[in-house]
Design a protein around this ligand. Sequence first.
Ligand SMILES: NC(=O)c1ccc[n+]([C@@H]2O[C@H](COP(=O)([O-])OP(=O)(O)OC[C@H]3O[C@@H](n4cnc5c(N)ncnc54)[C@H](OP(=O)(O)O)[C@@H]3O)[C@@H](O)[C@H]2O)c1
Length: 253
Amino acid sequence: MLEVVIIGSGNVAQHLIQAFNKSNTVKVVQAFSRKRELLFPFLDSSLVINQYNQLITADLYIIAVSDTSIKEVAQKLNIQNKLVVHTSGSSDLSVITPHNRRGVFYPLQTFSLSRNVNFTEIPICIEAENNNDYQLLEQVGFTISDNVKRIDSQQRKSLHVAAVFVCNFVNHMYVVGQEICNENNVDFKLLQPLIQETASKILELSPSEAQTGPAKRNDTTTIASHLRFLTKKNQSLLYKTVTQSIIDYGKKL
Ligand SMILES: NC(=O)c1ccc[n+]([C@@H]2O[C@H](COP(=O)([O-])OP(=O)(O)OC[C@H]3O[C@@H](n4cnc5c(N)ncnc54)[C@H](OP(=O)(O)O)[C@@H]3O)[C@@H](O)[C@H]2O)c1
């Protein structure tokens, strides 16, 4: 049995613990949290610590804390020459102090506490400084996911930037779309089948093939009428910027 310690009790830590709890080959033997009680639904309270000097020996230590705190937390771990990884898409491997063996275990998904996820479908991007550690991370990854990939720091950064576009920005568009519906007294739910089909069709078509709308058609009359309709500055700015990007992209093809 591979023994894992999880540091953190946020979105990723909670989802990872729940995924490992289903495994027969990887066991979470301890977790660290400044708010221990957050992990009591998933782990026996005796396994949850809030003092670094209580850390026990394990095969792997996964730091799943906010990006800005990874370095500080890694420095506080009073362990030597152990395999320590973080779960961040944007942080370099070097944020982990070199008195331990370093790696990355980045699950490429958006996690929220209130949503269950199917870990088997989530790509896990791994990186390690030596081959033995890489193999251990691969083994741990495959116990919870069918999709484990070797991704170096540069590739991971590009995936993370792309993820901001395809997830965070797209979600912000939902926020703006809902705001426009609310302002005009129409039910945002009417757009749900459209939202679902937009996401589904790029499983079969390339994103450029799937692109539709006034900007794609360079329909200047509709674009001008939409811009007259939008009264909020942030809405018209977004509309203009994305419209221009779609038009410019079309010219390149
Ligand atoms: N959320 C996602 O969708 C997602 C997806 C893939 C990867 N990631 C990566 O996974 C990591 C964790 O993200 P998350 O979404 O789980 O974050 P989160 O929900 O905001 O939780 C952050 C955790 O970090 C702990 N923490 C922050 N500063 C700390 C410190 N100085 N000492 C000890 N603990 C500290 C927090 O503890 P307190 O509650 O005590 O403050 C909390 O448990 C990040 O590197 C993130 O980039 C996130």
